[in-house]
Design a binder for this molecule. Structure first.
Ligand code: NAP
Ligand code: MG
Length: 510
């Protein structure tokens, strides 16, 4: 038998990652978590808690404190109190803490990976090989920047107390993108994780303690949208850094307008994945898998709009369908799973509704022949072809494993289609002709453009959007500017100075 035929016929049995350590960690804390304020665990003033579950089987994982405005107030006060000491440390001293956090993350990487998969539903292969290594890399990278701040960013200083609000799709990675640069630049932090996925942020809080981080430098206030709103509104916060939906980003921009708070917004996307006729189509298919089926398609920069050159479109669709038929959806802890669970029933419902809209608009839908597991929140990989730019599914961010395909004839048409969106986060261009790729790339309005690859990230490379995908960058030197202000600003107080007319002195004429 040829090797190729052997692979075709081979059946893979389940290979679940052992979850004992994660269960022991949860049990040791009686599956109940308080707020992390000033280096201590504190119960919420309201006494309210909510549950976090495993979306792959709906099992209860833990009870989580719901922080209210008073708790946010306590956390902001702790961050304010910790600020002068933290900001006055030398860059080298701050770097030592960041290196310690990075090493602790690496030391506990398996626990982090399993916990993230349990809480979010994403495949262990991804948390183990992508999320957690990138988190460690982010802390190492920013440890370097802490040491370099005073020379590389001379004339700049920390912003102050930073409120950070993050989504559930990459819980620990988004935490790292926020906390690492903030601490490196001398700020203190109050972080609000997403309601669906608070667990790895709480493990991270424990690690802050074991790394000896001074109390109050990092505070974690768990809760829902209202907790985030309370943080946004709090007068003691100097900057808000938000990652999440465009809708909530809009609310936050309004809430912070006129308050003097610095703001950065990392929002949604509907990124084009452009395939020219000369591309290696088999590589393209693997690129498509990474673009839209990585993390169940719950990726802000997912290549969710496939733009294929007309001459190769049908051939490409056939190859993609064949690949989709072989994708495996199931238990996120199974190491040979490609697609895990959708984070929550609300999200699953949104995906189903948008797919229904596509079908109602008469768009051609294709899904594999097999069924998803029935016990959790799963959705199969889905391909829509013969989509037109005006269709709802071509414009709305579906945030699930759903790919919509359109065709183009000329490079100019490809650019036009790519830019026919209110977002501008990322794009991916596939061609064997590097001159064509380099010609197209700057014409696509997107924060990141990948050529013959997709979803490639590094701590040294800034990431962020245009238009309704937000503003500000995370990662690289450009990302640091979100967490510093020019020292000259101190010379200009926030409140306008009212110049009074000098009174003429008595006894002197005119
Ligand atoms: P979301 O609903 O906007 O929530 C994001 C965070 O904001 C959560 O912690 C949420 O709390 C909180 N929140 C909700 N309402 C709030 C309010 N009124 N004021 C302050 N905070 C509030 O987004 P999501 O559904 O979690 O995440 C998916 C979205 O994030 C997608 O649109 C995706 O494209 C985007 N995203 C963007 C990037 C990027 O870098 N550009 C990266 C990842 C994700 P609860 O969780 O408790 O509701
Ligand atoms: Mg959960």
């Amino acid at each position: 038998m040829k090797i190729k035929d052997l692979f075709e016929t081979m059946e893979y049995g389940p290979a679940p990652e052992n979850r004992d350590a994660a269960d022991q960690w949860l049990d040791a804390r009686q599956r109940e978590f308080q707020l992390f304020i000033n280096g201590e665990w504190a119960p919420p003033v309201s006494g309210k808690y909510f549950d976090t579950i495993n979306p792959a089987n709906k099992e209860f994982l833990a009870r989580i404190a719901e922080g209210g405005p008073d708790d946010v107030g306590r956390a902001v006060a702790a961050a304010r109190q910790a600020l002068p000491h933290w900001a006055a440390l030398s860059g080298h001293a701050r770097a030592r803490y960041l290196y310690a956090l990075a090493r602790q993350i690496q030391k506990h990487s398996r626990l982090f990976a399993v916990l993230e998969s349990l809480d979010n539903g994403k495949p262990i292969r991804e948390t183990r090989d992508i999320d957690i290594p990138l988190v460690a890399r982010h802390f190492y990278h920013h440890a370097g920047w802490a040491q370099l701040r005073d020379t590389e960013l001379a004339g700049y200083r920390e912003v102050g107390v930073v409120g950070q609000i993050i989504p559930w799709n990459f819980p620990l990675l988004m935490l790292a993108w926020k906390i690492a640069p903030a601490l490196a630049m001398g700020n203190t932090v109050v972080l609000k994780p997403a309601e669906y996925t608070p667990l790895t942020a709480l493990l991270f809080a424990e690690i802050c303690r074991s790394a000896g981080l001074p109390p109050g430098v990092v505070n974690v206030v768990t809760g829902a949208g209202e907790t985030g709103a309370a943080l946004t509104k709090h007068e003691g916060v100097d900057k808000i850094a938000f990652t999440g939906s465009t809708e909530v980003g809009r609310i936050i921009r309004k809430a912070t307008a006129g308050s003097g708070k610095k703001l950065s917004l990392e929002l949604g996307g509907k990124s084009p994945f452009i395939v020219f006729e000369d591309s290696d189509l088999d590589s393209v298919v693997e690129g498509v898998v990474d673009a839209i089926w990585f993390n169940q398609g719950q990726v802000c920069c997912a290549g969710s709009r496939l733009l294929a050159q007309e001459s190769v479109a049908e051939k490409l669709y056939a190859k993609i369908r064949a690949r989709m038929e072989k994708l495996r959806v199931g238990d996120p802890l199974d190491k040979s799973i490609d697609i895990g669970a959708i984070v929550a029933p609300v999200q699953l419902h949104t995906i189903e509704e948008l797919v229904r809209k596509g079908v109602d608009e008469g768009v051609r839908l294709w899904q594999p022949s097999w069924a998803c597991p029935a016990e959790g929140y799963f959705y199969p990989p889905t391909l829509f072809t013969e989509v037109s730019p005006a269709h709802v599914i071509a414009q709305e961010e579906i945030f699930g494993p759903v790919l919509v395909a359109m065709t183009f004839r000329t490079p100019a048409e490809a650019v036009q289609l790519a830019n026919n969106t209110r977002y501008g986060l990322a794009a991916s261009i596939w061609t064997d002709n590097i001159n064509l790729a380099l010609d197209i790339a700057p014409q696509v309005k997107a924060g990141t453009v990948w050529i013959n690859c997709t979803n490639v990230f590094d701590a040294a490379s800034g990431f962020g959007g245009y238009r309704e995908s937000g503003f500000g960058r995370e990662g690289g030197k450009e990302g640091l500017y979100e967490y510093v202000k020019q020292t000259e600003e101190d010379a200009f107080p926030d409140k306008p100075v009212v110049l009074k007319k000098a009174k003429p002195k008595a006894g002197k004429a005119g």
